[in-house]
Design a protein around this ligand. Structure first.
Ligand code: PEP
Ligand code: MN
Length: 293
């Protein structure tokens, strides 16, 4: 017997879309995520210095980004790797917002840090390694800030939906679901972009879906094409790493775009974004979801 989406995701009831709740639109400053605009979040993996951050912020703004990304608290695989500038990084992000008008997304790694990060950031990022840290999810939810929830690298779509449900259950409906690639047997890319997950999430959930082509690929040559796959899959936005000199980056340099590459990617994506918006209007996802029941 065929299992319906409702049954499959029965433990994430508030995350599921319905006729009365087809999509969630999250207002941020003077724009929104999950509406008709494809929203780009861009910036360095880690905040390193004033010069690095401000120059990147200005360039990504000029190319059409709405949100500046940058880690001040960094989850690193090695305890000897750079762990982030902490509070100093948050202050630089806030200053970059003042200078450019971009909104800020930055990761919070521990529930103890939530009040401080929420004071500076517009959007709290829950990283892949913390997707199932329920104490952190609850604290982040209670901050009232919108949340970018990154899929765990070994988490199923149902696990991601459950983590989102935890945030919704803690009275915060402003959740963005982020597909950032998962671990598979494939080793030519850092992770494997699960394009199916983007399609499934768009079909079954009302929450906005964000594609991360940087962590999915681990390789800047592949970032533009994975971004295009995200657009074609119906993502509501993307989060991309950009650095003034990627080869000198303190983290994730291999997957960070140079400024010119970011400009070119943004320009090349525009016709795809327009095409996808037209397709969405022609076949609303609700109709597609009903057809699949
Ligand atoms: C990041 O965004 O820099 C990051 C560490 O992402 P993830 O949690 O997806 O690995
Ligand atoms: Mn990174």
């Amino acid at each position: 017997m065929r299992v319906s989406w409702q049954e499959r995701f029965a433990d994430s009831p508030d995350v599921l879309r319905s006729e009365s709740h087809p999509r969630t639109i999250i207002p941020i400053h003077n724009f929104a995520v999950g509406g008709d605009e494809f929203v780009t979040m861009a910036g360095p993996c880690s905040v390193e210095s004033e010069r690095q951050l401000f120059s990147t912020a200005e360039r990504v703004r000029q190319a059409g980004a709405r949100i500046l990304r940058g880690g001040a608290f960094k989850p690193r695989s090695s305890p000897y790797a750079f762990q982030g500038l902490g509070l100093e990084g948050l202050k630089l992000l806030a200053r970059a917002r003042e200078l450019t008008g971009l909104a800020i997304v930055t990761e919070v790694m521990s529930e103890c840090d939530v009040p401080q990060v929420a004071e500076y950031a517009d959007i709290l990022q829950i990283g892949s390694r913390n997707m199932e840290n329920y104490a952190l999810l609850e604290a982040a939810a209670r901050s009232g800030r919108p949340i970018l929830l990154k899929r765990g690298m070994v988490a199923t779509v149902a696990d991601l939906m459950r983590a989102a449900q935890c945030i919704l259950s803690n009275e915060n409906w402003q959740v963005m679901l982020c597909e950032r690639g998962i671990r598979t047997f494939e080793s030519t890319t850092r992770n494997t972009l699960d394009a199916s997950a983007i399609a499934v999430l768009k079909l079954v959930s009302h929450l906005p879906v964000i594609c991360d082509p940087s962590h999915a690929s681990g390789n800047r040559e592949l970032v533009p094409v994975l971004a295009r796959i995200g657009v074609a899959g119906g993502a509501d936005g993307m989060i991309v790493e950009v650095h003034p000199s990627p080869d000198q980056a303190w983290s994730d340099g291999d997957q960070s775009l140079e400024f010119d590459q970011f400009d070119a990617m943004m320009a090349e994506l525009q016709p795809w974004i327009a095409l996808n918006c037209a397709a969405r209007t022609a076949t609303p996802m609700t109709a597609a979801a009903e057809a699949l029941q």
